[in-house]
Design a binder for this molecule. Structure first.
Ligand code: ZN
Length: 163
């Protein structure tokens, strides 16, 4: 699960577009939704090749209006990854309104409490451009519930790519 903190995660435009579409539909303008971004298990590739939405793993994930991902969701996630030889590269979830800042809950509940894990936040319940990460919050987990915002310039943690 460990990958270099210096390598940026690549997300193909088409896949990001599909993810945004799914998040928008599942948020339905009224609740948070999310997904894990997945890449090949073997090798050092940090290119996202698949995603899976939280509610496909844990049908009760959105019931409270904010995301509550349960143990059976993680069990299903590890099964999904094992079967397809994938690993988690990042997670993404939606927020209401225009802010892509982490909430206190987000900071205290990393979806994957691994140092170097990346979390993305898409504002406006994913009613956002699918071709850009401009309004997307990007955070790197430093451990001990500390995060670093990683959105700007040459230190880009995540970027969109053609393929
Ligand atoms: Zn949040």
């Amino acid at each position: 699960m460990v990958y270099s903190a210096h390598s940026s995660i690549r997300i193909p435009f088409a896949l990001w577009g599909r993810a945004i579409f799914h998040l928008r539909r599942r948020s339905a303008g009224k609740r948070e939704s999310g997904a894990f971004l997945l890449g090949p298990k073997n090798g050092n590739s940090t290119r996202v090749t698949a995603f899976i939405c939280y509610d496909d793993l844990d049908p009760a994930a959105y019931e409270s209006g904010t995301i509550a991902f349960h143990a059976r969701g993680y069990a299903a996630l590890w099964r999904h990854c094992e079967q397809r030889q994938l690993r988690v590269l990042a997670d993404v979830h939606t927020h209401p309104g225009g802010s892509a800042q982490q909430s206190w809950t987000d900071q205290k509940n990393p979806m994957l409490p691994t140092v170097g894990h990346t979390a993305l936040i898409v504002p406006h319940f994913a009613h956002t451009p699918w071709w850009s990460l401009k309004n997307v919050g990007i955070y790197e987990y430093l451990g001990n519930f500390q995060w670093r915002a990683r959105s700007c310039g040459c230190m880009r943690r995540v970027r969109l790519s053609l393929w």
